[in-house]
Design a protein around this ligand. Sequence first.
Ligand code: ADP
Ligand code: MG
Length: 339
Amino acid sequence: MAKIHILDEHIANQIAAGEVVERPASVVKELVENAMDAGSTVIEVSVEEGGLHSIRVTDNGSGIEPDDCETAFYRHATSKISQGRDLFQITSLGFRGEALPSIAAVSKVTLTTSSNTDGRGRRIVIEGGQLKVNEDTAAPRGTDFIVKELFYNTPARLKYMKTIQTELGHISDYMYRLALSRADIAFTVRHNGNVLLQTMGGGDTRNVIAAIYGTGTAKAMLPIEAEDMDYRISGFISRPDWTRANRNAMSFIVNGRYIRSYALTQAVLRGYHTMLPINRYPLMVMKLDMHPSLVDVNVHPSKLEVRFSKEAELTALIQEAVQKVLMQEVLIPRPAKQH
Ligand code: ADP
Ligand code: MG
């Protein structure tokens, strides 16, 4: 008798959730990235108790068509790619169609959305992957997600959640990067009602740096720009005397996506060479733009790691660009600090 069978959608979603939804911050990341992909200009995030109690993300983006609302929660359901070759030309943050089914499998989700401005929309409630409500409702254009009781039906995972402060730390860390990656979007992040981050959405990255790291730091950052045939670099790096004890304030944004990269981090540090005190790291926001075919973002479910097809060329360009900015700074001393 045959022993192999295909798992049902519900179990498959719970398995995928293990990879996609590691902790509250992963839910925040996925929901906010969806809001960004939807063309939103204003995104509000409210979390309670480090996101363990509830996470709410509200946007003013395209909204979801009423007939698409249930489908959006199916596995591999996406509006962002449709053909195999699209995988080599990714321009959106999402594309795997895994976030919503994964989140809904391990929490209680309420989605309210409208894709028009006539005030009519759709509301969906899903608990532990089971559809409870799918009804017409009044709603402004945009999308509102409320995720409650994350991991309520996966006690083993719940047990591994850290303190509220730790979970909140992960959330603000992601939100800082997302805000830095899109200075044109106005973000508000609240925890238990208190504002943690607020950006204005005017498009100036220095203002976002000010909102996160303070005005003094923002003023002291040095602009960096470079390009070659394949890559364009822009952003800000700190003066060598403006450092931190860890690498957390080094953000790379590749085609609008925040990523982590050991190779790129090392390239920046090589650029500072001996100017950095030992075990100190710069503050940095570096945007890298390239043809989507030069970067593979489909390496890991969270898409935090990517692969560059010409990594040596890119790291050389980064190192040189950093060196150049710092050399200018050393050769042309700036007037005394005025803050
Ligand atoms: P992906 O982002 O990989 O496409 P998701 O599971 O995150 O997959 O979302 C599924 C689909 O639901 C998206 O492709 C999009 O069409 C829709 N969607 C999700 N969130 C939003 C949102 N905030 N605004 C508009 N559409 C959304
Ligand atoms: Mg998504």
